[in-house]
Design a protein around this ligand. Structure first.
Ligand SMILES: Cc1cc2nc3c(=O)[nH]c(=O)nc-3n(C[C@H](O)[C@H](O)[C@H](O)COP(=O)(O)OP(=O)(O)OC[C@H]3O[C@@H](n4cnc5c(N)ncnc54)[C@H](O)[C@@H]3O)c2cc1C
Length: 483
């Protein structure tokens, strides 16, 4: 039998924002010998999907002053930003600026580098470029299999695998989805680059990802007309300066229904306006209570929120930078971009592209048809884990180590991020952080929430019981049954 390893071993799967920042926090707070394994399938760590965009027009949708990786050091990102020299003598951006996402990716890379340099000698970090494809875990420990065939025994594994591309729309059109006319992932930059400059384009979705897609097309010199379609045709609202405002919501008497939340929010907005504040100040004043509000809503009320309020919530909560909003407004004004509300009905491959039929929203319910050169699916990230084809996700579900939550928002986890298995058992070896851990929180998307989650999780994970012996290789047997 193998001996108990001398160090605590923690694997972090995925080194985007969440995995990298979790690693940085663990290096700060691990007070016993610890070896951290950061496993990332992409060639570089830190940037993940959101901050690896090559397009400088893709800006953060949170002001610089609120983007520190460390909740206990809110000026950390500003210090980094202001210490950068772009070589051209440009003035540094203010804390109120929305800087490029690529620049933020460079910051997270430096956060990790800095944490490695400052780590105490009893903590080590190994970064592996590999894809985690299978996992086994029980009371004895955890073992991962990587795509390169190696396996890694650890005490604890933390999934920080980020956002998944959207599933195809609910319209049967396999020939369209298999064709090069259909761009399945709005973050597939090479696929976007193949769209002909004069081609009419249909973007499914009118949210933040649509905005990104339009900016990408613009940057590559696209001249053709673009139609963006969603059920309600709602565009993200624009950021404006807000001022501190005290919400009506009180932690002692939390609302128990969506209606109560809406009544309190509308009252806050009226009160804000009367006292010279903007609705945004009232909306932002709710932010510290989001998790508490969600935790007090019964399942049926959460379902009601998702069915009726979610689209309106999303466009008010996740706003865009004023300069991005101005570009989108100019494109709408000159007719290059049209926002339509309606429901996609059919898609057919035709000789010169794809013919889309849409039932317009509203009483008249008119149907319109458009032939476009390309369709981009920007309907938002796929959160229903029963629909995700990722091998690691499939392995987790097939082995009963994880389950989707009842509302299909992500993986069923506790507030600590511990995975809840198929049988309802809470794991003390497997954790999920980041957007995939949204179910108990609802808002677990943006950096201000994620960094606090990473800080809390690091303190918790660094003190969990260790396994007595490494989980044997045989625990991964049966992986062949997973398709
Ligand atoms: C396009 C976009 C823009 C955004 N902009 C903002 C913004 O401006 N401000 C803000 O606050 N939030 C923004 N967000 C929200 C975003 O969710 C978070 O800010 C953050 O990036 C999430 O980090 P993550 O580490 O969980 O996911 P990611 O950063 O996507 O990282 C996940 C990583 O896991 C890796 N991975 C996945 N599976 C495996 C595997 N099996 N083995 C090995 N590696 C694996 C991936 O390659 C990836 O690098 C944006 C999100 C998106 C999608």
């Amino acid at each position: 039998m193998s001996a108990r390893p001398s160090k605590r071993r923690i694997a972090i799967i995925g080194a985007g924002f969440t995995g990298s920042v979790l690693a940085a926090h663990l290096m700060r707070c691990a007070d016993e010998p610890t070896s951290l394994h950061l496993i990332e399938r992409m060639p570089s760590v830190g940037a993940g999907l959101a901050y690896s965009t090559p397009n400088a027009a893709h800006l953060l949708n949170v002001r610089a002053y609120n983007m520190s990786a460390y909740p206990d050091d809110p000026r950390h990102f500003l210090r980094w930003l202001w210490a950068q020299d772009d070589g051209a003598g440009a003035a540094p951006p203010s804390g109120h600026a929305f800087v490029s996402r690529a620049r933020y990716g460079a910051y997270i890379q430096d956060v990790l580098r800095e944490a490695m340099t400052a780590a105490p000698s009893h903590v080590s970090l190994t970064v592996s470029q590999a894809e985690a494809v299978d996992i086994a875990s029980d009371a004895r420990g955890t073992r991962l299999r990587l795509g390169n065939g190696t396996s890694l025994p650890v005490d604890t594994a933390v999934l920080c695998v980020g956002n998944f591309a959207p599933s195809p729309p609910p319209v049967t059109a396999p020939e369209v989805y298999a064709s090069s006319r259909y761009v399945a992932s709005p973050w597939d930059w090479p696929a976007l680059a193949t769209i002909a400059p004069d081609a009419p384009v249909l973007i499914l979705g009118t949210g933040l990802t649509m905005v990104d897609t339009v900016l990408s097309l613009e940057e590559q010199g696209h001249r053709g007309p673009i139609v963006a379609l969603s059920r309600r045709g709602l565009l993200p609202q624009t950021h404006e300066e807000t001022r501190p405002f005290k919400s009506f919501i009180h932690p002692q008497v939390m609302p128990r229904t969506v209606l109560d939340v809406m009544i309190a929010l509308k009252a806050d907005v009226r009160r804000a306006r009367e006292t010279g504040f903007d609705w945004r100040s009232a909306f932002d004043a709710l932010r510290p209570y989001h998790h508490l509000i969600w935790s007090h809503l019964p399942l049926e009320e959460r379902r009601r929120f998702l069915r009726h309020a979610r689209p309106y919530w999303e466009v008010h909560r996740h706003r865009i930078a004023p300069e991005v909003a101005a570009r989108i407004a100019a494109l709408c004004a000159n007719g290059r971009l049209t926002i339509r509300a309606g429901r996609l009905q059919t898609l057919h491959l035709v000789p010169n592209g794809v013919e889309a039929t849409v039932r317009a929203r509203g009483a008249e319910g008119t149907v319109w048809t458009r032939t476009v050169g390309s369709i981009v699916n920007a309907t938002g990230t796929e959160c229903d884990f029963s629909r995700i084809a990722h091998p690691l996700v499939k392995a987790l579900l097939t082995r009963g180590l994880a389950r989707p939550d009842p509302l299909r928002l992500g993986l069923d986890v506790t507030m600590d991020g511990a995975l809840i298995g198929e049988d309802g058992q809470v794991s003390d070896r497997l954790f999920a952080l980041g957007p995939i851990s949204r179910p108990p929180f609802w808002e677990m998307t943006a950096v201000p929430e994620l960094r606090s989650q990473c800080a809390r999780a690091a303190r918790h994970i660094a003190r969990l019981p260790r396994s007595a012996t490494p989980l044997p290789e045989s625990a991964l047997a049966g992986a062949r049954a997973i398709s």
